[in-house]
Design a protein around this ligand. Structure first.
Ligand code: ADP
Ligand code: MG
Length: 785
């Protein structure tokens, strides 16, 4: 093939940055652009999603659910119809002459599907690839990849010949099927030479790790001679992704580590120490973990370099206390500390908790306040003008040693006299950029930073998302915690539901509190839409049957777990074509409970994101005091809310919540001296993945295990903030759990490179890759991390 075309470009435009149009023609270029592929480089990095191996055509008799298959078959019937929800569904029946199976395509409108309908005319033969699901008693492939003989390939012989090498299947659109993308990629590959493809992985690392260069890797990924080539290629691209990301994090960590910070060693003598006075007041002894991590943090704070630490821990492990002791050390050193919470409810609660824990030590300037006392100020977006002015003054004058708030603390009007420490609670709600905003907006020394996660996170997530921070872990729960028992309650079992509400009544009568959590606020809200407190809901594919593995009978939780994970990672979670049942809403459920005979005379409160700040405060305060012992709420109570008398957590539509969120919700009870009870009300049919999810939650309280399962469930794309359809540059291939070792290796390499040359001048291609990665995709990544 001649390479004349691109050479008439201006000399200084690298081939990879030039428009793909010049090589593939206008029509294809237009369709490529709709997939976000503009340049030659974009097209080269548009990698196949899967491959079909030669001779891998699957016998239809041997299909099993969850398996990746490729079948050659003839189209037997086609039906295009509207669904009850107003969407469109194309069902195609294919047959090998004996057996039949179903193909399903969903779309918003029938128009979108007409293209498939035309190509998949009755009588045509094609090769179809996808993951097998069971649907109403037959096997189904949802949105399969396919090639039609006579349309995409000339004849059956050609189709089979194509199958003598692995066939790449690309992420495609209906207008530009995988087949045409493959052609376009071939054209582009033919025009590109090795020297046109810069490689971010430094040569010495490639040599040491035995990695191919990028040009060869991409060629082999697009046109592999055998399975080994594309597997190697994929590993090499994964490694590259990990290296670029880790180098970015290492460089960032290094940059901050070189900034100046004020050492905050604490009070010179115990007599004037707020921290010492606080420790004397504590009604309990610190756990070994709290002492240990506390020591590490105390040491960090005493350095003239900014602390950059992540504190992660099991729900209820007492992270707040560790953070508060760090803040007191800073106040003892003459500085101020800011505590950032993700919601107003949580910020208000933190302020209350901190004041309560400090007692007279938080009553600076008040009669009866202790001599060493400081002031704890709350600053949120919903303060009235006067209160806000006062809070701003507290922060700016230094009168407040501790300022608690939401992201309102990040506003440009907020000034601190001497900000020494920023604590970010429940970090997953904040982006890296936001945590930085507080630290870097002024000239002068950088405050120390302590980030706390709400739930335990797998090691690799810590490495990937929080790779710029050092990690401390609190695994231990304070002794004497009675623990939480978890049960699944079938929603349609009247007797069990009645028993649930009677149980709630018993707890209330015993002086305890009960949360009832619903996925949405009012019946008119769509779940998870704006203004509904965005519950983290999971949609399972219609009829996704969970066929119990034989090992299940042994009730081996590990086996259940494996089977569950296998299903959860199955591809193709699509909205069910049938009308889903409506989800329970706070306002409805509160009404029902108020009218319920078992709860006669029991005050029932409500709580959700659309209440004003004062209403929220009041609802929480009444609940905490026991005046209103039953609180029907959205997931706004999910993170960090701490009412020790709360013993029961009822979650409505629990089968629709994500695992981490359920674990968090459960963590709201059993925090005091009485045992907790978590009741997961579920409508999931037995044997479905959704049912398996609640069963797993009932079976374990180990947050690390649940976090792992949750991560697999939602796929790493979400964790890292990269969309599946993401552009060529970032985080498309990396799987945070499976690639743990590779990420660890890349991290080591990245640290070595940054140590050797912090500016990465010696590896300009790596630096460029980092800058590209930090470019357009950055915001998305940072927002969601
Ligand atoms: P989380 O780590 O989930 O944020 P919290 O900091 O909210 O947990 O702590 C949970 C509860 O445990 C709080 O009521 C807190 O006062 C209490 N607590 C913290 N440390 C100890 C301890 N060492 N002994 C007993 N109770 C503790
Ligand atoms: Mg907490």
């Amino acid at each position: 093939m001649t390479t004349a075309l691109p050479r008439d470009l201006p000399e200084d435009v690298p081939l990879l940055d030039s428009p793909a149009r010049r090589l593939v023609g206008d029509r294809t270029a237009k369709e490529l652009e709709k997939l976000g592929l503009r340049t030659v480089g974009d097209v080269l990095l548009h990698l196949p999603r899967r491959y079909v191996l030669p001779g891998e055509l699957t016998d239809m008799r041997s299909l099993t659910v969850g398996e990746d298959v490729t079948v050659m078959a003839r189209v037997a019937a086609v039906s295009l119809r509207r669904t009850q929800r107003g969407g469109a569904l194309l069902h195609v029946t294919i047959t090998d002459g004996v057996r039949e199976m179903l193909l399903a395509f969903f779309a918003r409108s029938t128009r979108t599907l007409e293209h498939h309908q035309r190509r998949l005319a009755v009588g045509r033969v094609g090769v179809f690839g996808g993951r097998v699901k069971a649907y109403r008693g037959s096997y189904e492939l949802t949105h399969p990849d396919y090639q039609v003989v006579g349309v995409d390939v000339d004849d059956e012989a050609a189709a089979l010949h194509e199958s003598s090498r692995p066939i790449p299947f690309y992420p495609a659109s209906s207008a530009l099927p995988t087949w045409r993308i493959r052609k376009a990629v071939r054209t582009v590959l033919g025009a590109v030479r090795a020297e046109d493809v810069p490689d971010p992985v430094p040569e010495e690392i490639r040599a040491a790790r035995g990695l191919a260069d990028r040009y060869r890797t991409l060629s082999e990924l697009h046109d592999p001679a055998d399975e080994g080539q594309y597997l190697r290629g994929r590993d090499r691209m994964r490694y590259e992704e990990a290296l670029v990301l880790q180098a970015a994090l290492a460089r960032r960590r290094r940059t901050i580590a070189e900034q100046d910070a004020v050492a905050r060693p604490g009070a010179a003598d115990a007599a004037s120490s707020l921290l010492a006075a606080f420790d004397r007041r504590l009604p309990f002894t610190l756990t070994a973990g709290q002492v240990d991590v506390g020591g590490t943090i105390a040491h960090d704070l005493a350095q003239p370099r900014p602390m950059q630490r992540l504190l992660q821990g099991e729900v209820g492990s007492g992270k707040t206390l560790v953070a508060l002791r760090a803040m007191l050390q800073v106040v003892d050193s003459g500085g101020q500390a800011a505590l950032l919470a993700p919601t107003e409810v949580l910020a208000a609660q933190h302020a209350r908790t901190v004041r309560a824990l400090l007692g007279p030590l938080a009553e600076d300037g008040l009669l009866g306040g202790a001599e060493t006392a400081t002031r704890v100020t709350l600053l949120t977006g919903s303060l009235g003008a006067a209160a806000r002015r006062e809070a701003l003054l507290d922060a700016a004058s230094g009168r407040a040693g501790i300022v608690v708030g939401t992201h309102a603390l990040l506003g440009p009007k907020v000034r601190f006299a001497d900000l020494g420490l920023v604590v970010v609670d429940e970090q997953h709600r904040f982006g890296v950029e936001q945590r930085d905003a507080l630290r870097t907006r002024d000239e002068g020394p950088t405050p120390h930073l302590l980030v706390m996660t709400a739930t335990p996170i797998p090691r690799t997530v810590a490495m990937t998302v929080f790779g710029d921070l050092e990690t401390s872990t609190l695994a231990e729960i304070p002794a004497g915690r009675p623990g939480v028992t978890t049960h699944v309650v079938p929603a349609d079992n009247h007797a069990w539901m009645e028993r649930t509400w009677r149980r709630v009544r018993e707890e209330v009568d015993a002086g305890r509190r009960v949360y009832v959590v619903c996925p949405r606020i009012s019946p008119d809200d769509g779940a998870g839409q704006d203004g509904t407190d965005a519950a983290d809901l999971v949609t399972d594919a219609a009829g996704l049957a969970w066929q119990p593995a034989p090992t299940r009978a042994s009730a081996d939780p590990e086996a259940t777990d494996r089977e569950f994970l296998r299903l959860m990672t199955a591809e193709g979670f699509v909205p069910p074509p049938d009308e889903p049942r409506p989800l329970r809403a706070v306002l409805d459920v509160a009404e029902e409970l108020r009218a319920h005979p078992s709860l006669a005379g029991v005050p029932v409160g409500i709580m959700h994101g659309r209440l004003g700040a004062a209403e929220k405060d009041e609802a929480m305060a009444r609940f905490a005091s026991g005046e209103v012992p039953v609180l029907v709420s959205t997931t706004v109570v999910e993170v960090g809310v701490d009412v020790p008398e709360a013993t029961v957590m009822v979650v409505m539509d629990a089968d629709r919540f994500g695992l981490s969120q359920l674990h968090q919700l459960r963590g709201r009870v059993g925090r005091g001296s009485d045992p907790g009870l978590c009741l997961l009300v579920s409508s999931a049919a037995p044997g479905t993945a959704a049912a398996a999810r609640t069963e797993i939650l009932a079976a374990t309280t180990d947050g690390f295990r649940l976090a792992d399962a949750d991560l697999r469930l939602r796929r790493e794309g979400d964790v890292l903030g990269a969309s599946q359809s993401g552009r060529g540059s970032s985080l498309r291939l990396l799987r945070v759990l499976e690639d743990a070792d590779l990420i660890a290796e890349a991290r080591q390499d990245a640290l070595r490179l940054v140590d050797a040359d912090p500016s990465l001048d010696r590896w300009p291609e790596l630096r460029r890759a980092i800058d590209r990665w930090l470019g357009p995709d950055r915001e998305e990544f940072l927002e969601r991390s």
